[in-house]
Ligand binder design. Structure first.
Ligand SMILES: [Zn+2]
Ligand SMILES: [Zn+2]
Length: 345
């Protein structure tokens, strides 16, 4: 499908105005030029936040519920940093620090894909947003019909993969036959499936499934605790409360917002106007809290790629004005009922 001249002009107008706003902010706030150090400082702050809350919980000054929510919040900043790192926005030329930062943001969000592998699929997302081969977004349920299955797999990449394996495999083979999915993409997908969630993701998912089954059985009195179960809980509880539950909550919020604010299936390839909507209604706030206001700001990123996440927050007001003038959609919940399609059925 070809993008119309009108849409091409619109995309140029939006991109220019958004870039202008980012440039204005950079002129006004001189500290923004220390981008590398801002990124590193935010990472250190988030890690200190996680360690401090863990300590407070350990000494009994914070309950586990609050611990899980606090860590989920700090992890949402680490997620944004990972995305910025993937776009080469911090220490691009100092490989050691760059890679150390990527490792740190992965270590505290261990249920996610290896970020060095994610980089490939994220660039693929920018190129093919909303298409069948947009592996990154489809991995987090974009384009699925809403129902119990989608709700269940929204936070969980492993279940989402296992429960949809046959259908997705068939679709990808078809796309390969149509010439839309290259040999390189295929090879990369194989290594992603085999190694993408190792060494952290896969073992932690299975630990969690075992933990939740045992926990539920004991809770409902269907299983009497023994010595080994007490030792199991003693060792696994800290891992679950610090690494697993905060990330499942954060991923639920992020995946819910991102998979619904990206359109899928019936949009023109490369037409940025149709790729996303702004999703920022009042009821989305509990979700936005754990994905750093993703629903309000991710559309800006599709037009202006190489700006850090905090600058998108700062340019949000002006960007939304431009979006409204140019007809970018806001809070289009109709697409929820329509498997994230852009056009009504
Ligand atoms: Zn991106
Ligand atoms: Zn996107």
């Amino acid at each position: 499908m070809n993008i119309s001249d009108i849409d091409i002009l619109k995309i140029r107008r939006i991109t220019a105005q958004l870039q202008q706003e980012h440039d204005r902010l950079r002129m006004k706030f001189k500290f923004l030029k220390f981008q590398n150090f801002i990124g590193l400082a935010l990472m250190i702050l988030s890690v200190i936040g996680i360690l401090l809350s863990t300590y407070l919980c350990f000494v009994g000054a914070m309950n586990t519920f609050l611990l899980v929510l606090t860590i989920a919040f700090w992890n949402s900043i680490l997620h944004e940093l990972e995305h910025d790192l993937i776009h080469g926005l911090y220490f691009k030329k100092v490989k050691f620090i760059h890679n150390m930062m990527l490792f740190t943001v992965w270590f505290f969000r261990p249920l996610t894909l290896n970020p060095w592998i994610r980089k490939y699929w994220h660039y693929n997302h920018h190129q093919h947003s909303g298409q069948k081969i947009d592996i990154e977004e489809r991995g987090v349920t974009n384009g699925e019909k809403w129902g119990f299955l989608r709700l269940l797999i929204t936070p969980d990449l492993v279940l989402g993969f296992l429960l949809r394996l046959r259908r997705l495999k068939k679709e990808i083979i078809q796309e390969k036959q149509n010439g839309n999915f290259s040999e390189k993409d295929s090879e990369k997908l194989k290594s992603t499936v085999l190694f993408g969630m190792l060494p952290f993701g896969i073992p932690l998912h299975f630990l969690f499934y075992f933990w939740i089954i045992l926990y539920s059985l004991s809770y409902f009195g269907l299983f009497s605790p023994t010595n080994w179960t007490s030792s199991f809980f003693e060792i696994s509880n800290p891992v679950i409360y610090i690494f697993v539950l905060p990330n499942l909550i954060r991923q639920f919020c992020l995946h819910f917002i991102t998979s619904n604010m990206h359109y899928y299936g019936d949009i023109e390839e490369g037409n940025i106007l149709q790729q996303t909507q702004v999703l920022n209604r009042w009821w989305t706030w509990p979700f936005q809290l754990f994905c750093f206001n993703f629903g309000s700001t991710h559309s800006i990123h599709h037009f202006v790629v190489n700006e850090p996440f905090y600058l998108r927050q700062m340019s949000m007001k002006k960007s939304h004005q431009v979006f409204k003038q140019e007809g970018i959609r806001f809070n289009d919940t109709r697409s929820f009922k329509n498997a994230n399609h852009y056009w009504p059925k």
